[in-house]
Design a protein around this ligand. Structure first.
Ligand code: COA
Length: 320
């Protein structure tokens, strides 16, 4: 049986790191309000020359090095983003060119904050089908460029960044690999979290709009349910989980979700304080941090989860 195994992780952040206090110089907000409601203390914001594809490429290079392979070994790139460099071509093809990969399959996936989970499912299916052997799966965003900096209820919540993993098709995976993925979408909730523009409606990119309180309510229920579903699919339960790597939207959502599942909060990887919400980048960014600081180790059972605009949401169970 072929299984896809995560053999390397990487991440990249823009150079500029902005504290709540610095933000409060131009936005009508305070460090206290942001920390109390969200747990966010810092975010990185892209500067000149930093784009979704450039951050994605830097993260990809780290993941390729960690996997101990060459860029030319990659035959599939799936990039999750809602903030591509251009409407088309896919940012995945920009990454491909920057990495010097002459031929592979490369495309973007759009599921906003759940995009990385969707990308993992797509890459896993393509690898297990035998059509590809090594995939780069990337989540990368520059949400700072679609924020309304006049809207204090949203602009303080997001940051920019990228995370990447190398997934390899292995027939000798043993216990390792992607054990289960469960995804959902419910398009009835479009107006709770969306961008008020697009190529086919306004001919503009638009700005992010969110009804935060209502999103919060759905998030805790959907995320705890889908984690349970993915564990059941894998024939496992929450007590066996070593680490949860959640979408980093809000510390209160992370706490409430862990409580609902009866999970030890010390098993939850938290980076929202340092990175804020980086949409599709947030899960692979947090994953890379926890791998590099030695928390996630070979053999560990890890659950990845995310929810975002659409709504879309999902969870993956992975043995490292
Ligand atoms: N600084 C200071 N005050 C702010 C503020 C800011 N940045 N943003 C909003 N406020 C004010 C509001 O104007 C409001 O004031 P009022 O009561 O005088 O009208 C008050 O704070 C409460 O606003 P509200 O939006 O009801 O706050 P909340 O407790 O629901 O917290 C969120 C707001 C956004 C932090 C919270 O709803 C949330 O985290 N939601 C989930 C969002 C999310 O994670 N989305 C991404 C999923 S992918």
């Amino acid at each position: 049986m072929i299984r896809s195994v995560i053999t390397g992780t990487g991440s990249a952040l823009p150079v500029r790191r902005v504290s709540n206090a610095e933000l409060a110089k131009t936005v009508d907000t305070t460090d206290e309000w942001i920390v109390e409601r969200t747990g966010i203390r810092f975010r990185h914001l892209a500067g000149e020359g930093e784009t979704t594809a450039s951050l994605a490429t830097d993260a990809a290079r780290c993941a390729i090095a960690a996997a101990g392979i060459e860029a030319s070994d990659i035959d599939l790139i799936v990039l999750a983003t809602a903030t591509p460099d251009q409407t088309f071509p896919a940012s995945a093809t920009i990454v491909q060119a920057k990495l010097g990969i002459l031929d592979c399959v490369a495309f973007d996936v759009g599921a906003v904050c759940s995009g990385f989970l969707y990308a993992v499912q797509v890459a896993d299916a393509m690898l297990r089908a035998g059509a590809h052997s090594r995939a780069l799966v990337i989540g990368a965003e520059t949400f700072s460029r679609i924020l309304d900096w006049e809207d204090r209820a949203t602009c303080v919540l997001f940051g920019d960044g990228a995370g990447a993993i190398v997934m390899e098709a292995r027939s000798d995976a043993g216990e390792r690999g992607v054990l289960a993925v469960k995804l959902h979408a419910d398009g009835r909730y479009n107006e709770l979290l969306y961008v008020d523009g697009g190529p086919s409606t306004t001919g503009t990119v638009g700005k992010l709009r969110m009804k935060g309180r209502e999103v919060f309510r759905h998030a805790v229920n959907n995320l705890s349910a889908v984690m349970t579903e993915s564990l059941t699919l894998a024939g496992l339960d929450a007590a066996q989980v070593d680490w949860v790597v959640p979408h980093q939207a809000n510390a209160r959502i992370l706490d409430a979700t862990a409580r609902k599942l009866g999970l030890d909060p010390t098993k939850v990887v938290v980076t929202v304080d340092q990175h804020a919400n980086t949409s599709a980048a947030s899960v692979p960014l947090a994953l890379d941090h926890a791998v590099r600081d030695g928390r996630i180790r070979p053999g560990h059972l890890v659950v990845l989860e995310a929810m975002g605009g659409g709504f879309t949401w999902g969870a993956a169970v992975v043995r490292f």
